[in-house]
Design a protein around this ligand. Structure first.
Ligand code: NAD
Ligand code: ZN
Length: 359
C-alpha cells in the first residue's frame, strides 16, 4: 500500500506492507538517490542484532552503507548520543547529498531525524519504523531529543523523504512494546474517528488480535488520522495539539517515574483516562457506558497512578509541559467519541481533578 503524506511545504510517500523492505533499493532509485550515494543507517542495539545485516546486504550493491548503533531505549534521545551520531556522520564523510536511514522505533526516528535536521543545516532522511508506536512518530516530521529538564525539549520540524513501513518487523516486538504503540492507535481513534473506535472495540479484544490484517488496519487508520491532522497544521499552531490527547499527564508520568521505567504508551493510556475523567467534569457529561478503564485494563494498560508517585510533583511537571501557556495548562479534552477540544485549566482546577482521579 502506498499513502501520500502531505504538509504545506512537502509531500512524501509512505509505503506500507509485509515484506516492503525488499523494495527499498527500488524506492531509493525512484526518489532519485543515485548509485554511490552515502547512506547512514542509524539504529539501536536490539535491531542491530536482529536485522541490520539484512538491511546492509539489501543496499550495499548500489550504495556506500555505513551504520551507527545507539543504545536501545529512551535514554538514547540524549545530547551525548546526538553528538556521537553527528561525529559518526562527519567521520564517514556524509555530505549534503547523503541520506540517513532511521531504522527503528520512535527513539531512533526522533534522534536520527534530529541529526538529519541539523547535520550541515539539514540533510535528507527516510523513516523505516519497526514498532507499532512508530506509526505515530514516523509521520509528521517532529524530531527531537530530551533534556534532563523535559522530554522532546530540543528538536525541529524535518519531514522525511519517505516512510517505509514493513509490518514483518513487528513480529519480534515484545508484548509491552506492542501495547505501547496500541495506546497511540486508540488515541487516534478517540480524537478523530468514532467508526474506527467502534471497530477497535469489536475486533481487538486482546493484544493477540494485533496481527495480520487487523494490525495492518490499525497502522493504516492511525497513520491516516495522524497525517490528516498534520496536513491541516504542520507546526502545531492549532489542531495538531489534539494529538497531545493523553500526553499532559502521560509526559509528566514518564518524566517523574524516569524515562524507560514506564513505556510511552502505558503513560499515555493512563493520561487518556485522566483526560476523559477531566472531560466529564469540565463538559458535564458521562462516558460511563464506554467503561474506558475496564477496556484498557483488558490489554494490560495501567489504569491508576502508581501509589509511589507524588501528586504534587506530577502537577508541577504537568504545568511545566511546553503546551502550558500563561499559567494555565492547556489540556486536550474529549467532547464526544471522535471529537476533542483544547481547554485551559487553572492550577486549582487541575490539582482538584488530579487528586480526585488518583483516589
Ligand atoms: P523505541 O524506539 O525505544 O522502541 C521500543 C523498544 O523496542 C526498544 O527497546 C527497541 O530496541 C525495541 N524494538 C524496536 N523495534 C523492534 C522490533 N521490530 N523487534 C524487537 N524489538 C524492537 O520506542 P517507541 O515506542 O517506538 O518510540 C517511543 C518514542 O517515540 C518516544 O521517545 C516518544 O517521545 C517518541 N514519539 C515521537 C513522536 C513524534 O511525532 N516524533 C510521536 C510519538 C512518540
Ligand atoms: Zn505519544
Amino acid at each position: 500500500k502506498q499513502l501520500l503524506i502531505e504538509t504545506k511545504t512537502k509531500q512524501y510517500p509512505l509505503f506500507l506492507g509485509e515484506g516492503i523492505i525488499h523494495s527499498l533499493p527500488k524506492i531509493l532509485r525512484s526518489l532519485s538517490f543515485p548509485a554511490g550515494t552515502k547512506l547512514l543507517i542509524v539504529t539501536d542495539q536490539t535491531l542491530e542484532t536482529l536485522y541490520v545485516s539484512q538491511l546492509q546486504a539489501l543496499l550495499s550493491d548500489d550504495y556506500h552503507v555505513y551504520t551507527h548503533v545507539i543504545p536501545s531505549g529512551e535514554g538514547a534521545k540524549s545530547f551525548e548520543q546526538y553528538y556521537a551520531c553527528q561525529t559518526a556522520a562527519l567521520e564517514y564523510g556524509l555530505d549534503r547529498h547523503s541520506l540517513i536511514l532511521a531504522f527503528g522505533g520512535g527513539v531512533v526516528g526522533d534522534l536520527a531525524g534530529f541529526v538529519a535536521a541539523t547535520y550541515m543545516r539539514g540533510i535528507r532522511y527516510i523513516q523505516i519504523p519497526t514498532t507499532l508506536l512508530a506509526h505515530d512518530s514516523a509521520v509528521g516530521g517532529k524530531v527531537a531529543i530530551n533534556h534532563p529538564l523535559g522530554k522532546n525539549m530540543i528538536g525541529a520540524f524535518h519531514q522525511p523523504e519517505a516512510v517505509v513501513y514493513d509490518t514483518a518487523f513487528l513480529r519480534s516486538l515484545p508484548e509491552k512494546e506492542l501495547r505501547s504503540g496500541f495506546a497511540e492507535v486508540i488515541k487516534h481513534a478517540l480524537i478523530r474517528d468514532r467508526r474506527f473506535y467502534e471497530w477497535l472495540r469489536q475486533e481487538i479484544h486482546t493484544l493477540c488480535d494485533l496481527t495480520g490484517e487487523r494490525l495492518a488496519h490499525c497502522i493504516q487508520k492511525g497513520i491516516e488520522i495522524k497525517a490528516s491532522v498534520v496536513r491541516e497544521d504542520e507546526k502545531e499552531s492549532g489542531v495538531r495539539a489534539h494529538l497531545n490527547f493523553g500526553h499532559t499527564l502521560g509526559h509528566a508520568l514518564e518524566s517523574e517515574l524516569g524515562y524507560g521505567t514506564i513505556t510511552h504508551g502505558d503513560a499515555v493510556a493512563l493520561g487518556m483516562l485522566f483526560a476523559i475523567f477531566a472531560s466529564e467534569r469540565v463538559y458535564g457529561r458521562s462516558f460511563a457506558d464506554h467503561q474506558f478503564s475496564a477496556w484498557l485494563r483488558t490489554y494490560g494498560f495501567p489504569v491508576s497512578i502508581p501509589a509511589t508517585v507524588k501528586l504534587d510533583r506530577l502537577l508541577e511537571k504537568m504545568k511545566g509541559d511546553k503546551k502550558a501557556r500563561a499559567g494555565m495548562v492547556r489540556m486536550v479534552l474529549l467532547k464526544d467519541i471522535g471529537e476533542v477540544d483544547i481547554e485551559a485549566l487553572d492550577d486549582d482546577t487541575l490539582s482538584v481533578l488530579l487528586r480526585e482521579f488518583a483516589q
